[in-house]
Design a protein around this ligand. Structure first.
Ligand SMILES: Cc1ncc(COP(=O)(O)O)c(C=O)c1O
Length: 434
């Protein structure tokens, strides 16, 4: 069967069995059948360089993770109501990478579950219900957590206990103020929403944020930018929740956790995506004190959370990350890739901004550098043009005009070179679209 026929056939079957509007990447969706390291293969045998997938963190189908999953799956899989060492060993090793007092955890299956639990925990510890998030974020898909997203809201009236603050944008900073002043304006906006929640009777329970503002378009924020916000939250007696689902596990190269890079200490940290290298596993990490207070008032059981097979996957992923020094790789190769993008910006006027850290980097495309008018349609076109050239990436940001790259952590200099030359070719060949 020709490739296009088989893709159309799969699309028809998806519509039949999964319902309409199930998103795919790219105008011409990719049918991936195999992965290894930073490479993916489609059904026709074409090879793609993966510059996008953060879930296969230590590389697609890493043999050590695969082996750990197989070994545990063929020995035992139960849940945390039976005693088992692996969940304890894992949490001990995981929390050793975090700061005091983040030393106890609850295992979940997804990032959404971890964030949903974080909101419950904040509510039970503070006795209040008001939550603050940015106005261009995504923290998950449950009824409660999806209320924190202005971009993927569920049907029905919005929850009255949620308030938003403008997402940070280093390229177009709030009120035109850059640097630390931008961070202070952000903290002031948080304070206003805290006051409003208190006035409304909900009270202020928690602020949930990604310390790297990944879904907001990963703005380039100066050192200490988030500190005033952390102070405002603390002073008001709220719980600061750091959603590490995107920046965590060393992706930023210089630090294991986004909150460490931002120089703040959250009360709760939530984890997901890269944690099991593709195996569904997430977690919430907090202090023994907060967890103790929660456990004292609430029952929480998650059938699959902390099962031995998921813990084996997570443990193997963490060991590979540390043993293969992949954080250091992200720092070195990420800097090389970013420098390459900066070089491309000298040649391509459409690149308005280059930003990123470690293996989370990209370019903001604009129609005109002076007005900074977003080249939204063009960013989508370039992501498709790169797919046509065998390089996978996507776009995000407040205006959806930021080409986003978050490759698996074994991404090397040779892969960055390949990406950069394909991108140069795409930006040279594709006419800029308004
Ligand atoms: C920042 C952030 N938080 C939470 C989630 C939700 O994670 P999951 O899809 O595992 O529920 C996502 C998923 O894209 C995310 O990007």
């Amino acid at each position: 069967m020709p490739q296009s026929d088989s893709i159309q056939h799969l699309l028809d079957r998806r519509k039949q069995w999964l319902g309409p509007n199930v998103a795919t990447f790219y105008d011409e969706p990719v049918h991936i059948v195999k992965g290894e390291g930073v490479w993916l293969w489609d059904a026709a045998g074409r090879k793609y360089l993966d510059c996008y997938n953060n879930v296969p963190h230590v590389g697609h189908c890493h043999p050590k993770v695969v082996e750990a999953i197989c070994k545990q799956a063929s020995t035992l899989n139960t849940h945390t109501r039976y005693l088992h060492e692996l969940v304890l060993d894992y949490i001990e090793r995981l929390t050793a990478t975090m700061d005091q007092p983040l030393r106890s955890a609850v295992m979940t299956c997804t990032g959404t579950e971890a964030n949903d639990l974080a909101l419950r925990m904040a509510r039970s510890v503070t006795g209040k219900t008001g939550i603050i998030a940015t106005d261009h974020t995504y923290h998950g898909n449950s009824l409660a957590v999806s209320q924190l997203s202005t971009t993927s809201r569920p049907a029905g009236p919005a929850f009255d206990n949620v308030r938003f603050v403008p997402a940070p944008d280093s390229y177009r900073p709030l009120g035109g103020e850059a640097g630390l002043a931008h961070g202070i304006r952000f903290a002031e906006a948080v304070q206003r929403q805290i006051d409003d929640l208190e006035k409304s009777g909900h009270g202020f329970s928690a602020m949930m944020l990604c310390p790297y503002f990944a879904n907001e378009g990963f703005p380039d924020l100066v050192e200490g930018w988030l500190k005033p916000t952390a102070e405002v939250v603390k002073r008001a007696g709220g719980i600061l929740i750091a959603d590490e689902i995107q920046p965590g596990f060393g992706r930023l190269g210089s630090h294991m956790w986004g909150y460490q890079q931002a120089g703040i200490l959250p009360d709760i940290v939530t984890l997901g995506k890269p944690m099991g290298n593709g195996h569904p596993v997430g977690a919430l990490v907090t202090s023994p004190e907060i967890l103790g207070q929660f456990r004292g008032t609430s029952k929480y059981f998650n059938t699959f959370g902390g099962n031995p097979v998921s813990c084996a996957a997570a443990m193997a992923t963490l060991k590979v990350l540390q043993d293969e020094k992949l954080m250091q790789n992200a720092e070195r190769v990420g800097a090389f890739a970013k420098a390459g993008l900066q070089k491309l910006s000298l040649k391509h006027e459409v690149i308005g901004d280059v930003r990123g850290l470690g293996f989370f980097f990209g370019i903001e495309l604009v129609l005109d550098r002076k007005s900074k008018a977003p080249a939204t349609a063009y960013a989508k076109r370039i992501a498709n043009a790169m797919r046509e050239r065998g390089v996978l990436m996507s776009f995000i940001g407040i205006h959806y005009n930021v080409l986003k790259m978050r490759p698996p952590m074994p991404f090397g200099i040779e892969h960055a070179d390949l990406m950069l030359s394909a991108l140069d070719d795409a930006l040279t060949t594709e006419p800029v679209l308004a």
